[in-house]
Each structure stands twice: as C-alpha cells, then as structure tokens.
Design a protein around this ligand. Structure first.
Ligand SMILES: Cc1ncc(COP(=O)(O)O)c(C=O)c1O
Length: 380
C-alpha cells in the first residue's frame, strides 16, 4: 500500500505552490500539483538516469510511445499509431502552438467558461479573437450549451478549445456529449483542440473518460488531443507532454508552428513519463482511491458550512465551490486572510467561486478545512 498520509514538507524546495506563502502561515490549496512523493518506479528510474551523469539533448526513448499507446488502448480502447505522437514540454505549449498553427489574422477561437485560464491567453493577442460561450449547468453538472455555441460560430471561427475531463468543473463528458460537440464543429469547419491532461484522474466510479478523437471517429481528422502523465503522476515540474494528431497535414502544420520556439523535452522528463505509464498503474489506482476519499471528506465537512456549496465533480483533484451565498467581494482574499490559499474562481471566468486542490495528505486537508470553517464562522 502506498502511504499518501505522510506529510512531506515542500518548504524550501522552491515549490511554486508553497513558496507563494513562504513566510506566512497560509496553507496552499491552489495550483494543480500534488503534495505526494513520486511512485517508487518513477523515483528509481529518475535516480538511475541521474546517476549516468550526462544530460545532453534527448529524443523519446525506445518503448515510450508503445507504453502510452498500450495505456490508451487498455484504458480507453483508443488505437493510436506511433506516428501520430508529437512530443511537447507542456500541454499549455500545445494550446498556444495550436493557435499559431491553425489560425490566421482575425480568426476566432471558441472557449467555454469557466475554464482553465490558459485557454483565454494562449492565443496571439494581436492576431486572434477569443469568443466565450459559457458552459451551462444541467442535472447537477456543467456541460456545453450547444444552442449558444451554434449561434456563436462564424465563418472566422477556426478552433474550439476544450478541456476533457474539465478543469475547473470536474465534468467527465459522455460519449453523446462529445459526439454532439464534434458534429457542431464539423458542420462549422472548426478544428477541436482537446486538452485531456486530467483523463487518468476520474474519481467517480460511475463515469468513464472517452478521448474525443476515439468517441468521434468522423471528426478524428480535425482533432488535436493534448495529454501528459504530469498531473496523474505528479511530474509537472519535469515537462513531458504530447499531442496526438492523426491527420498528417495538421501534424505538419503543428510541427512547423513549433519550430524554433518549442524546446525539446528534457531527459529526466522522458524517463519519468515512461516509468509512469509502464510501471506506475497500481500507484495510480491507489491514488484515485485516496483522492476520492479526500473529496468525500470535503463534501461532508465543507458541504455543511453555510454559504459554501461543494459541487459534484467526476474527475480531477480540484473541488469547485460556489461561495456566492457568502456575499463577499473577494472570497479568495478572505480565505487567504484566514490562512487558506485557494484559487479564485475569477481566474477561470466565474467570480464567487473558489477552487480547492485536495491532492494532499488528509492531515493537511483537515487543517485547511478547519481554518475555512473558522473563517466562515467570523461572518455570522
Ligand atoms: C486543463 C489543463 N491544461 C494544462 C495544464 C498545464 O499543463 P502543462 O503544465 O503541461 O503546460 C493544466 C494544469 O493545471 C490544466 O489543468
């Protein structure tokens, strides 16, 4: 059994998450990385590579594509050819390169708030327009508003950037939803950029992730899928991601747009990613159990706090909390003053919400929740 309970201090490690509050008594639950140590096989593989001592320019090691392809086949019944894979140092890089590759001056990119903030800012500001068509809430989950999207497409719309499973709402889209989306994009001649970085983090056992390109074979030639082991295996600081692009012409455009801008993937990142996909499946299974239990705890404890509504999520380790009823102008700032560092919903396009990253030992989470309860009690 993996020990997710032991607290590993990340102070003085130049951690983005923890250093934000360096000399303050504020527990960080914001940026999306986890406070857990690496799975043993990944740690071992990285240590072995470090002991070699030479770190020149590197290409993807033999067996890495095969490990990813096997994972996609086993988990999602998606058959991917190795030639479709383009290595990237980050998924956000993939979003930005897609805008450069597939949009001309004045073209429009559709995004659906609330959404991970880089969806708003990965385009070229002087050249492209971002068109925002909000998601809607149906039967206790967030989904696409197909009618509003249909009305918003113009002949300038070239890209639709989607996040599946969804950050920050935690929705796992059904195959029907993805097919409706693909049909809409096909009809309007729009390329879909499907960011699936959270696909291996489905915590609701009744939900299943469908890669957009696998669920929508008719549209597969116009889909760029972006993936990484970075969230699932907590190796975001190492920088290995990949695009999967079936259509050779799109792939060439994507590669051409990357030229001279995108650095190659670092050697330790490749090694860690290979060990993750090849050997750290059992670790992931245990992680999902732990995350689901943390989320259940949050729902019970924070769900009972007047003014906070912990919405149902199906995937990710990011709780999406409606704090409208607290009636505060700056909810994130309020909790920060009470020792809890959250992400502001405003960043994702939904003021009055807060996002809480619960990928930490239970002990840390309990401390944060107790501080949040105490904070809200001061409002009474
Ligand atoms: C939807 C989504 N895409 C991309 C990223 C970041 O990807 P990367 O660090 O590989 O650029 C995140 C991180 O939180 C995310 O939630």
């Amino acid at each position: 059994m993996t020990d997710f309970d032991t607290v590993t201090s990340r102070k003085n490690t130049a951690s983005l998450k923890w250093d934000k509050y360096r000399d303050q008594d504020i527990l960080p639950f914001w940026v999306a990385d986890m406070d857990f140590k690496l799975a043993e096989p990944i740690q071992k593989a990285v240590e072995e590579r470090v002991s070699h001592g030479v770190f020149g320019y590197t290409v993807a090691p033999d067996g890495l594509s095969d490990a990813i392809i096997a994972h996609l086949q086993n988990e999602y019944q998606w058959q991917v050819d190795p030639s479709w894979i383009v290595w990237l140092p980050g998924v956000v890089t993939g979003l930005a390169i897609s805008c450069r590759a597939f949009c001309n001056d004045g073209d429009e990119i559709m995004v659906n708030p609330p959404i991970y903030h880089h969806f708003y800012d990965s385009h070229e500001v002087d050249r492209h327009e971002v068109v925002r068509v909000p998601l809607c809430r149906k039967e206790d989950r967030w989904t696409y508003d197909f009618a509003a999207m249909e009305a918003a497409f113009t002949d300038k719309t070239k890209l639709m950037m989607m996040c599946s499973p969804h950050n920050p709402t935690g929705t796992v889209f059904t195959s029907d939803e993805l097919q409706s989306l693909a049909a809409l994009c096909k009809k309007n001649n729009v390329i879909m950029i499907s960011d699936e970085i959270h696909c291996d983090l489905v915590i609701d056992k009744s939900a299943k992730h469908y890669p957009t390109a696998a669920a929508c074979p008719d549209m597969a030639d116009n889909i760029v899928t972006l993936m990484s082991g970075s969230k699932t295996w907590n190796i975001a600081g190492l920088n290995c991601s990949f695009a999967i692009i079936k259509n050779a012409a799109l792939r060439d455009q994507f590669r051409a747009a990357s030229q001279s801008i995108v650095p190659i993937v670092p050697p330790l990142a490749y090694v860690a990613t290979q060990a993750a996909y090849q050997e750290a499946g059992p670790w992931r299974a245990e992680l999902l159990e732990y995350l689901a239990a943390n989320y259940a705890y949050l729902q019970t404890e924070l769900g009972a706090v007047p003014g906070l509504k912990v919405e149902s999520i199906q995937a990710t380790y990011l709780a999406w909390i409606d704090a409208t009823e607290l009636g505060l102008d700056d909810t994130q700032g309020f909790f920060e003053e009470h020792g809890v560092g959250l992400s502001s919903g405003e960043q994702f396009g939904q003021p009055n919400y807060i996002r809480l990253n619960f990928a930490c030992p239970r002990e840390t989470l309990v401390k944060g929740v107790e501080r949040m309860k105490a904070a809200v009690s001061t409002l009474a």
